[in-house]
Design a protein around this ligand. Sequence first.
Ligand SMILES: NC(=O)c1ccc[n+]([C@@H]2O[C@H](COP(=O)([O-])OP(=O)(O)OC[C@H]3O[C@@H](n4cnc5c(N)ncnc54)[C@H](OP(=O)(O)O)[C@@H]3O)[C@@H](O)[C@H]2O)c1
Length: 244
Amino acid sequence: MPVTSREVHLVARPEGEPRPSDFTLVERLLPDPRDGQLLVRNTAVSVDPYMRGKMSGIRTYTDPYELDAPMEGAAVGVVEASRDESFPEGTVVVHNAGWRDRAVVEAARVRPVNVTDTIPATAYLGVLGTTGFTAYVGLLHKAGLREGDTVFVSGAAGAVGSVAGQLARLKGAARVVGSAGSAEKVRHVTRDLGFDAAFDYREGPVAGQLAKVAPEGIDVYFDNVGGEQLEAAIGAARDFARFA
Ligand SMILES: NC(=O)c1ccc[n+]([C@@H]2O[C@H](COP(=O)([O-])OP(=O)(O)OC[C@H]3O[C@@H](n4cnc5c(N)ncnc54)[C@H](OP(=O)(O)O)[C@@H]3O)[C@@H](O)[C@H]2O)c1
């Protein structure tokens, strides 16, 4: 039986910060899933920084969003009707038909995930999704973190930076330091995320603040922001330092 979905459509290209008038909510009937397709009810959708670029209409490393069409992005949902025996009803899946409450998706393009008492479905949009993967690959594969390294993470309270710092700590870094944009975020980074030290990059020149928290220099810089923080990291780099 056909079901209704509510979808967020982009109706105008935002200038500056997106406004509610750039979007509209559209209700439409979904077709029944055909062979190899699933009807999925979304329980969480991801809103990510890269989406702002896709709203602008310019092709970057992905195609822009079309106007008057449903937006896309990562989502987790529950299979409500299945025409693929590998995904029985009730399976929780990650897929890319976000920004709507239901979607008919190709089973070949979704991934089942394991939700437990301690791992909520939303983790697959964050630490167990692209965000965590970005931190993991950057820190361990690109920067080649080694035990005993001193690691500097900018954007340390952000989605990727907060995972990168925690991974560095778990993987044996000797010292993990970070930067963030307020005293509250600096507290969060050191108190909740286990960084050894952090500073507010708005409080003064970054090079001087970095020298205070990492007086012997850094071996790894995980760069989320570029600019003055990248320049300071270059200045603080020890021999054979690696940047990601
Ligand atoms: N999220 C993903 O899945 C993903 C995947 C691939 C690549 N990336 C890339 O990873 C980087 C971080 O993304 P994210 O998802 O972690 O974003 P995020 O949660 O928005 O964190 C980025 C942080 O950067 C800081 N920042 C922003 N503008 C700044 C400026 N002008 N100067 C200094 N700091 C500034 C902000 O820190 P304060 O608020 O503390 O000021 C913000 O928390 C981005 O370059 C993004 O394109 C992300």
